[in-house]
Design a binder for this molecule. Sequence first.
Ligand code: 5AD
Ligand code: SF4
Length: 428
Amino acid sequence: MNMYDSNIISNIMKDAGFDRTYDSSSAEIIIFYTCNVREKAAQRVFSNIGLLRSENTKVVAVGGCVPQAEKDEIFRYKHINIAFGPHAYHMLPTYVSRILSGETDRILDVTPLQPQKFNCCGSERTASHSEFVTIQEGCDNYCTYCIVPYTRGKEYSRPVADVISEVKMLLARGAQEITLLGQNVNSYNGEAPYINIGKPKGTWNFGRLLHEVASLDGLRRLRYTTSHPKDITADLMKQHAQIEAMVPFVHIPVQSGSDKILKLMNRRHTAQEYIDKLKAFRDICPDIQFSSDFIVGFPTETEDDFEGTLNLVREVRYICAYSFKYSPRNGTPAATMDGQVPDDIKIRRLSVLQNELMKSQRAHNEAIVGKTMEVLFDKVGRKGGQYVGKNVYMQSVVVASNETDLIGKFKMVLIEQAFQNSVFGSLI
Ligand code: 5AD
Ligand code: SF4
């Protein structure tokens, strides 16, 4: 979502007459867009301000969830001129002009979500072959470790008509793969596009939106992220089976395999309920695969609790996963819970877990050797003549080819060799 927001910010600034440079020493305005989910990400911005400022810098703007959480405390870093939350990026050109004109040297905007921000995506928005579209933002789940409900705010779904017109615009500009974005995409509940005479407009749920998006001309692949397990319904599983463009790969974060920890995290399901849901998904869509997020070292996590996580990983056989040490966030309930786990234990558990996850990723990479799969190429490889693309499972597939340019093209590839993070194959 931060990549999506950053791209929009860049387009809005271009519309306002600014040029983009990748050379920080010549930049007059430096804009940082930040994540506050873990402390490490939040800290990185402050060291980067020091690294990137130069004698040419006239404005430093820090946007995203770090200023949204810190409010005017962020100005303890004295070089910041503009601090804007994730819901204020459409105001940036105005704020930059006010700083450049000397009217003021500090602006803070941490307003709650304003739907109009979505309608300022910038006329210059170009489309690559694979694009994101935010359909929903914010979260009402209040997992006890998570800062997101306090920074991105309450759940809000964009109206169906707005989502469809953005997807159509991207498809018309060359996109072929669309990823629908949100903190909880499958709790989507957006204003319906039609008025049935005599009836209120009503709302559409995620399944209905998926059908509509999938029916648009030019769309070859449809993805979405991210989902809470509670919103993975039997209906959604059926949509996967019915809609051809939907990739058989879903990110369903579980965080922990211990019922005690899941309860303390306020995840509202047990490990077995989660596993059963994934089993049901596999029954309906036999080729479906999953990825997940994990947190190790949540307060009071014992070796037994951690063993529960490892057992769940062995049972589910994820093809990819993101795992983190628990990071206490100010203002969240878990930050003040008893039983905080020492860092050395977190480090050890993270490494054990990542080892297990890597085994399962490697096994999946090996399991597709000998298969022929469709790949959407997105970049050149490290060696001359190599191209790298993604199959439906987001695995990186590398081929050697004499064709002049494969980027943005779908090709059938025979997978021949598996490595830890990629597979190699030949064009058919
Ligand atoms: N500490 C560590 N990881 C966290 N995440 C969210 N909050 C925290 C935290 N306080 C992780 C979760 C979530 C992902 C986006 O970030 O695993 O799914
Ligand atoms: Fe955070 Fe996701 Fe939980 Fe919402 S569902 S509180 S975004 S971890």
